[in-house]
Every structure is written in structure tokens, then in C-alpha cells.
Design a protein around this ligand. Sequence first.
Ligand code: PLP
Length: 208
Amino acid sequence: MQSVTLLAVTKTFDAQAVRDAHAAGQRAFGENYVQEALEKMQSLADLRGSIEWHLIGPLQSNKTRVVAASFDWVHTIDRLKIAERLSAQRDAGLPPLQVCLQVNISGEASKSGVAPADVPALARSVAALPGLHLRGLMAVPEPQGDFAAQRRPHRALARLLFDLNASGLALDTLSMGMSADLEAAIAEGATLVRVGSAIFGSRARQQG
Ligand SMILES: *Cc1c(COP(=O)(O)O)cnc(C)c1O
């Protein structure tokens, strides 16, 4: 079986929650909102050498510069323009920014992500950008009640990654699975699961 990286999703939780998880051995953290993440990074600057920051929320073009300077990973690339900006703005003294393409795997009209049919062309273009290292694909499937239905979109994403690798790319990351569907995602080959509430508790409670 593949090994699975746990990405601890800390949106709405404070810097102390990150510090506590880090003290317990967790290294990779996911944030959705750039501003919120930057504030936490500042209060956790002493951990910078041993912590990995992943952006898993939407990225607007006016935020690419600060994201290129502060994050290790971006999971939500769905347009070439954003990828080109991140590549150009990534400091040459830093390792390339690790990125995934976000795929609208359930075909929901309201969801961000590139359509599955457009993935191969975007992947080829992003893989050629010098400031980025394309690692794989990410998705947030439509919620499903039962296990078999949860597996289907994850299987589709895994198939897309397989096809990209068969076409000559060397991608190793399937970022799929959240608290509600992580078992189904792992069963379909997830290499990284993004888990918030199952670790830190319900976010609704935090917002009062
Ligand atoms: C919030 C979020 C998660 C974590 O969700 P949980 O249900 O709390 O595990 C994972 N991925 C993305 C893109 C998110 O926005």
C-alpha cells in the first residue's frame, strides 16, 4: 500500500493549535486563507525550519507574490496565469514551489478546479515552469453518504494521475480525502489526506 501523508488543516484554529500539533510531531499544515495563514506563520516563525505550509484554498492573482514567498506547497492551481505568476515570483534562493492542480472532479458548476478534460494541457504547461514543481492532483469531491459513492470521484482522480504519468509526466501526489471521506480516498490511492475537524474538532464551535 502507498504511504499517506497527513496534512493537518488548521483554518480557523489559532497558532497555538499549530504549535501543539507540531510539538506532537506533526509537520505539514494546510491553510485556506492567505491572510490568516500569514499571521500564524509570523507567530510561529521560530518553527520555520521544521514546518511545511500548504495552501489549500483558492488563490487570487493579487496574492501570488506573498504566497510564492511564504508557502511550501499550493494545492489549488487551476489556471495557467496563476501558475506563471507563482513561478516568476518564486525566489531563486528557495526550492521550487510544490504544486498540485485542483480538479473539479464531480463536475459541480459552483466548484473551482480545472475540468478533467483540460487537465493534460494544463499539467504539461505547469510542469514546464521553472519556479514550480508539479507534484500531482487535488480534488474536493461532492459529499457522498456511502463508501462506494465516496470512492468513485477519488478513483476518477487517481485515473487522471495514472494517465498523466503514462503520458510521460512523473507525478507522485494525489491530494484527496478530508475528515468525512479519507478512508475512501486512501482506498483509491490518496498519498496525502487533508484533515481538519477529525483532528481539531468542529470549526463551528471555534467561531463564537
Ligand atoms: C477545510 C478543508 C479541509 C479539511 O476539512 P475537514 O472536513 O475539516 O477535514 C480539507 N481540504 C480543503 C480544501 C478544505 O477547505
